[in-house]
Design a protein around this ligand. Structure first.
Ligand code: GZL
Length: 309
């Protein structure tokens, strides 16, 4: 009877919830806040116990968070890495502790890809290509030279590197389109405004015809700078952005933005599924990419109400 009780007890006992340690990189944009909400909600729905740490854009704080998760002996660690480089040692510590790692959103640049189980995130190069394709199409009948300003995201981050590459791969061949000004603005509204103000100090004949902003916050900051300079966004300067937040879709409907490339933040369910599969001992694909679109002015009014962030 005693033995039966012990097996019966263990069968009936509710499984220990999976403990997932998540190092989120910051709170810099609506996209990031939606990404955090998606992870929190999906953890709750999945019965996964989430230990959440916000690194406020500091890679050092992300290293500390991973070390804390190792001390806590969590089951799985997820990281949204603020920049791609410098991750080998931290990931190796987790591997040596026998804790599997999922890379979320942005990527890590490591030789040994066995240091993480899978990456869940957008194809940022394709997002840049979409922006470039849209611009080529919009400008096809306009005589060159067309001067382009670019607000890059956080220097060294995957979306900033790859969106820039994708965009250039499209407009590079077209000699009429020249990126005359380009600088990082950290994916924030305030920095986007500050850097755009600098761009607009150029003499009128050097002023950009087009702005490519690597996310909505920087585009919104740039619009403020453009209007404060007495110029009309969407008329004097055509603006392309990435993410697809409600604020951006509203500006798209008002004609202040020309196109917004979608970048999907709702990765929570995919992350929880990955954690469960890892704990069940199943192997996962090395890469999982959410579906994404591009929004133009024609569709803006209809789409703005559907945005979840
Ligand atoms: C992209 C994500 C970027 C968003 C920005 O997946 O890493 O970081 O485009 C956010 O809004 O700051």
């Amino acid at each position: 009877l005693k033995e039966w009780m012990s097996t019966a007890k263990s069968d009936d006992m509710p499984e220990q919830p999976i403990v997932l340690g998540f190092s989120q990189l910051g709170t810099e944009s609506a996209w990031r806040m939606a990404n955090t909400s998606s992870v929190r909600e999906a953890a709750k729905e999945s019965g996964i116990s989430l230990v959440f740490k916000n690194a406020e854009q500091s890679q050092e704080k992300q290293f500390e968070a991973v070390r804390e998760f190792i001390r806590m002996k969590v089951d799985v660690i997820a990281i949204a890495p603020v920049v791609e480089s410098g991750w080998e040692d931290t990931l190796r510590e987790a591997k040596l502790a026998g804790i599997p790692i999922v890379i979320l959103d942005r990527f890590v640049n490591v030789e040994d890809t066995s240091l993480f189980v899978t990456t869940i995130g957008s194809d940022f190069h394709e997002e840049g290509v979409k922006a470039g394709k849209y611009l080529l199409d919009k400008m096809r009948n306009r005589p060159g030279p067309i001067r382009i300003a670019e607000l890059q995201g956080t220097a060294g981050s995957t979306p900033s590197i790859r969106r820039g590459e994708g965009f250039r791969s499209m407009i590079g061949e077209n000699g009429d389109m020249i990126i005359t000004q380009s600088a990082p603005a950290d994916f924030t509204e305030s920095k986007g405004k500050e850097v755009m103000k600098e761009f607009l100090k150029a003499p009128a004949e050097k002023r950009p015809h087009v702005l490519f902003a690597h996310n909505d916050e920087m585009a919104i900051g740039a619009i403020e700078a453009i209007e404060e300079a007495g110029l009309t966004p969407g008329k004097d300067i055509a603006i392309l952005s990435v993410d697809g937040s409600r604020r951006a879709l509203q500006l798209l409907a008002e004609g202040k933005l020309d196109a917004v490339v979608e970048c999907n933040p709702l990765q929570g369910p995919l992350l929880m599924q990955a954690a469960k599969e890892i704990m069940a001992g199943r192997t996962l694909p090395k890469r999982m990419v959410p579906p994404e679109d591009i929004f133009t002015q024609e569709r803006a009014a209809k789409e703005v109400g559907r945005r979840k962030f």
